[in-house]
Design a protein around this ligand. Sequence first.
Ligand SMILES: Cc1ncc(C[n+]2csc(CCOP(=O)(O)OP(=O)(O)O)c2C)c(N)n1
Ligand SMILES: CC(=O)[C@@H](O)[C@H](O)COP(=O)(O)O
Ligand SMILES: [Mg+2]
Length: 643
Amino acid sequence: MDDSILKNIKSPDDVKILNEEEIHKLSLEIRDFLVENISKTGGHLAPNLGVVELTLALHRVFQSPKDKIIFDVGHQSYVHKLLTGRWDRFHTLRQFEGLSGFPKFSESDHDHFETGHSSTSISAALGMALARDVKKEEGEVVAVIGDGALTGGMSFEALNYAGHNKDCKLIVVLNDNEMSISANVGGLSSYLNRLRTDSKYTKIKGDIQYLLKKVPAIGGKLYKSLERVKGSLKYLLVAGILFEELGFKYLGPIDGHNIHNIEEILQKAKKVKGPVLVHVITKKGKGYLPAEENPDVFHGVGVFDKDTGQVKESSGTSYTSVFTKSILVAAEKDERIITITAAMKNGTGLKEFATKYPHRFFDVGIAEQNAVTMAAGLAKAGLKPVFAVYSTFLQRGYDQVLHDVCLPELPVILAIDRAGIVGADGETHQGIYDIAFLNHIPNMTIISPRNGQQLHQAVITAFKLNSPVAIRYPRDVIPEALVDYTRETIITNKVEKLTDGKDILIVTTGAITDVVLKATETLKQRGVRGTVLHFPFIKPFDKKGLLENTNKQDFTNTLIIEDHVEIGGLTSIVSRIYTEAGIGSKITSLSLPDKFIEHGSRNEILHKYGMSEQGISDKVLEILGLTGDKKYGKENKIRPVVG
Ligand SMILES: Cc1ncc(C[n+]2csc(CCOP(=O)(O)OP(=O)(O)O)c2C)c(N)n1
Ligand SMILES: CC(=O)[C@@H](O)[C@H](O)COP(=O)(O)O
Ligand SMILES: [Mg+2]
């Protein structure tokens, strides 16, 4: 980077003083920089390649931090980070203790709102704009939202209210690249498509007007009758009518890769008194052919060869791939089985199902609330819906699970992927709350398999239960055993005693059990033998099984290990049972503390919080007084858990 412009960008002010040629050079440099770095770290390459010019224009027109720019989802804020003095840390992107992949207050005053979950930017921007007016302050507030994020219902709640506040100046920039993670869906997407293509018609219309004016004798009458044509002409005459009807001034659509045009339309937007929506059309993955050709693959990509575009494949199976196969086996035999995704078809392993059963697959866009209650409707109508969803995104549908699925006890299956520590996405994406927010809902069953075979059995069991069932499993972890998909055995909630020993009782659930068993092997070499109990069901919990095991052997110490927050998780369940039964065994919890858990690889984070193989065996030695004061996962506190 010897004649680099980027190297000299310390703040957006340094971008404002560049001339057109330097800006063009900088945009090329940024693209090369993104491909070079993200090929090594992984990350959201395609979304960021698509917003290079847009972000440059935003920081040339607006005066951040006085003007506030909020990035919806925030996965496309890398260019913003490069322009706000963080290019020299960019090689640490999404690494443990490195730059986050999302906006973070702790990183910069230019990060005006922390995002990660979709469709929040307009609400946040509206709040800031209303606050500005209440406090009689100055400054623009700009929400940058993608066409995918706009399918999130929250966006329309905000648009509805913002449009009503005619005097509240708010700028919404719609970054329309026709893509969510895969192709965007729904009526909104078709509408935006018409707006995009209408812009071509608008040009044709202009040509017609010009020609008709040339021959007034014919032109006048002909043009008037054309004007009367209903339908699509209305769109030509009032582009962006949907937004205009909501109270927004609609500007665009314009080419989102032409910095000059973007700056021009943003200057125009600044002059609009009330709420204004600027529609820019971009290409996801722009400037790097493999990403342009496969924007879904390069939406959130792992390490790849930048010269060939070859993405490094993860080895072996994953829980997601087991779910994919299990649901296909089940669907083969039962045509009532339906699958639903909220814009996460690939990540939740439903791509194959969608191809094989296109009429039994529904992608509702980024609309988890709609997905859950639509599943309830499907179930009420006698079908067998499975909503495959990341744990963190299911948080969006909590009330729908309670109110529309569990209260009426409808047979909806929640295939909860990315349960537990997810790694590089950090705080906004950890799947560590689902037991806590599901366990207290009546009529809910929660299955927490510890390997691929149990996941397969869980899918079979869920269909047989014919009631609300959640099955939780982690990202990327390779289940330790091969799966026999021909086996139709169910899984029960009976506790599994996986090892026998008198020194300590270890209670666990789910995929982390694999690590626990490896740790107990290590402990054997130190002469320590513990009893490991695995609970395949969180709910209904096998309380009888726990008591039988504790009463048979009076354990002085119980260590509870869960890839979940302590509050509301397995620790809470066991503590309560001990308290009720008057069991005096001292409980220690290896779980996630009451704080938001940062990004890093899954193993690094589990290690930090004491849940690596080493951490678990050290903790056991510590509890049994067999080691110095070596502490693991400094956040973990050894204390008797009050019931
Ligand atoms: C509530 C929620 N559901 C799902 C996701 C996963 N997700 C992240 S980005 C994305 C697609 C966003 O599409 P768009 O807003 O068009 O941005 P683009 O990637 O096209 O730039 C999705 C579904 C999320 N972040 N939040
Ligand atoms: C930004 C966003 O929310 C998604 O792209 C998410 O990062 C996908 O996570 P996975 O990589 O685990 O599929
Ligand atoms: Mg998009």
